[in-house]
Write a protein of this length. Sequence first.
Length: 140
Amino acid sequence: MKIAKAEITNKKIFNKIKAALDQNSYVECGLCGAIRVEAIEVARVVNSLIDRSENAADDDLNDLYYKILGAIIESVPEEINNSEEYQKWEASNDRPAYHFLDDCGYISEMYGSYDKLVVFCNPACECFGKSKIEEEIIIG
């Protein structure tokens, strides 16, 4: 299982993402409000928050959502050149394809980079063993 800690320094964005998640999909720290959640759920919520209309109200906010999404998803490795290599890679890949992103303009299928995320705004709290998690994502 691959897990990462994701610090979202903007408390308003952190709270907006948390509010958009189904409360049954995460465990919350009672002290700081950090959550431990499946990465696919965070990707699904962040993708839904992106305003893709021609008259997007806030490009900076959209850029932040794309940055979050980009930090937790990945495409098929570029070094895969043929269908046989792709089939081997796909069979060994533990994380499923994020098919809800298929119509979002990505060149290939997108996959999760992580199984679970510890998403937080307050780095001082030591909940969920954050100091022991090596993978770190920091998003302004």
